[in-house]
Design a protein around this ligand. Structure first.
Ligand SMILES: [Mg+2]
Length: 453
């Protein structure tokens, strides 16, 4: 008997079997297994029985030039304000390029999640704390599981690695829920809001070779992209010469793209408030429109964000290094950003991301999440206030991927953009599989497994 107002997943998928019981999807995304209604939480019948963490090491360059581009070229980092470009140390080289988390149920369903930037640190938190919270629990109780993970890590968590660890487990659980329902995750979150997702090409790293930069921009237009993002390379310690070089980067891409292509620019936390205002005014006064400037100041300087946003005409984007609904509440309440750019596998996973998306919608703000992972696409597809996706083009054959591109090697099923748009398949769950031929290679990974006792 299907209660009135419930949607029976089997009607849509043609087949839904989770422990031989149909899954009921409530309007708005809630779910329940038929036959489980009225049962106690302890008598759930489905349990998480295994949590595995798989740190994936970076791919080393086979030869010199291309693979090391991420580190050789000038790049803004939070420390850029402290050092001139020649003195910058790239101390953010982590031994783990991606952390995979596999959650397994007693039914044999497997979900995969990833932890954003903390990776190895997130692995420690999962192995030593979070796994004790989720093992033996019903994955359908994802709201309660999220809140328990958050509250039980709050003494040392709140932002950063603990939230990234929670994010990875939460994303893996949603992958399981989709597979259990026989539905793509976006159908559990609100369904399709469009046929395909507009994507912007995210690359265009700073370089002294402006001809190459312009050619790269024209290449994305040839591929059909209608928007792209460049990285700015110089900050306060680089003086007026650095400002001029930032302007040259914008001029090169802006002129190569032409007037009908949106161009954004990323400062990656490398500026301060006064520099950001002067630099953006310089760009505006030169007549170059940008779709947004991203992360102009340090993420905790929310009043500084707000000052920049108030002073310039260019939209300000931020949130890539913000966490949970509480962090985004403050960012939004102080009018710090015009575009919300949460990173789903940092900010709290899919459960928390839905709340951040709703918060942004209530303030009429678009959400353009950071990162190229598939979990973003499911959230973008199911939310009307999400106009496009970030898209890191696959690295050309022979060049080792940087950390933003690793997912192309780690997963199969990640959709490639066609004419600048992404089509999402109807495969259950997130719709991707781990490429174990790559990940299982001893050069790249070593698995730690925790089982329920
Ligand atoms: Mg960014």
């Amino acid at each position: 008997m299907i209660p009135e107002g419930f949607f029976y997943a089997g009607f849509r998928s043609g087949f839904s079997d989770f422990r031989h019981r149909p899954v009921l999807i409530l309007p708005g995304g809630g779910m329940c297994r038929a036959g489980a209604m009225g049962r106690s939480m302890e008598d759930c019948g489905v349990k998480i029985v295994r949590v595995e963490t798989v740190p994936v090491r970076p791919v080393r360059a086979a030869s010199t030039a291309p693979a090391q581009r991420f580190f050789e070229r000038p790049r803004l980092t939070p420390s850029s304000a402290l050092f001139e470009i020649r003195d910058r140390q790239h101390a953010d080289r982590q031994p783990v390029a991606e952390l995979l988390v596999k959650v397994v149920t007693d039914d044999g369903l497997e979900g995969i999640g990833t932890a954003g930037a903390a990776r190895g640190h997130a692995q420690f938190t999962i192995e030593n704390h979070l796994r004790h919270i989720v093992l033996g629990q019903d994955p359908f109780n994802v709201e309660l599981l999220w809140e328990r993970m958050f509250r039980e890590t709050v003494k040392y968590g709140r932002k950063g690695m603990a939230i990234e660890a929670i994010s990875a487990i939460d994303i893996a659980i949603w992958d399981i829920l989709g597979k259990a329902a026989g539905q793509p995750v976006f159908n559990l979150l609100g369904g399709r809001t469009r046929d395909t997702i507009r994507a912007y090409a995210s690359a265009l790293y700073p370089t002294g070779n402006l001809d190459d930069l312009g050619a790269e921009a024209r290449g994305y237009i040839d591929q059909g992209f209608s928007a792209m993002k460049l990285r700015l390379g110089w900050g306060p310690a680089d003086g007026t010469a650095g400002m001029r070089r930032n302007l040259e980067l914008v001029r090169t891409v802006r002129q190569a793209a032409g007037p009908d292509i949106e161009v954004a620019a990323d400062a990656h936390m490398g500026w301060n408030v006064s520099y950001a205002i002067r630099m953006i005014h310089l760009i505006e006064d030169a007549g170059f429109q940008l779709a947004w400037v991203e992360e102009p100041v340090m993420p905790d300087d929310i009043p500084g964000y707000a000052r920049v946003a108030a002073e310039v005409d260019t939209p300000i984007a931020g949130g890539e290094h913000e966490f949970t609904r509480y962090g985004f509440r403050d960012l939004i309440a102080q009018r710090a950003v015009d575009i919300v750019q949460l990173d789903v596998n940092r900010a709290g996973g899919i459960t928390e991301a839905c709340k951040i998306w709703a918060l942004a919608a209530a303030h009429d703000l678009p959400v353009i999440p950071h990162g190229g992972h598939m979990h973003n696409c499911h959230l973008i597809m199911s939310h009307l206030n999400s106009p496009m996706a970030e898209y890191f083009p696959p690295p050309p054959p022979g060049r080792a991927p940087d950390s933003n591109e690793m997912f192309w090697h780690i997963f199969t099923g990640e959709p490639k953009a066609e004419r600048g748009r992404i089509s999402l398949p109807d495969r259950p769950g997130l719709g991707i599989e781990v490429n174990w031929d790559f990940v299982g290679c001893p050069d790249h990974a070593s698995t730690v497994s925790s089982e329920a006792r």
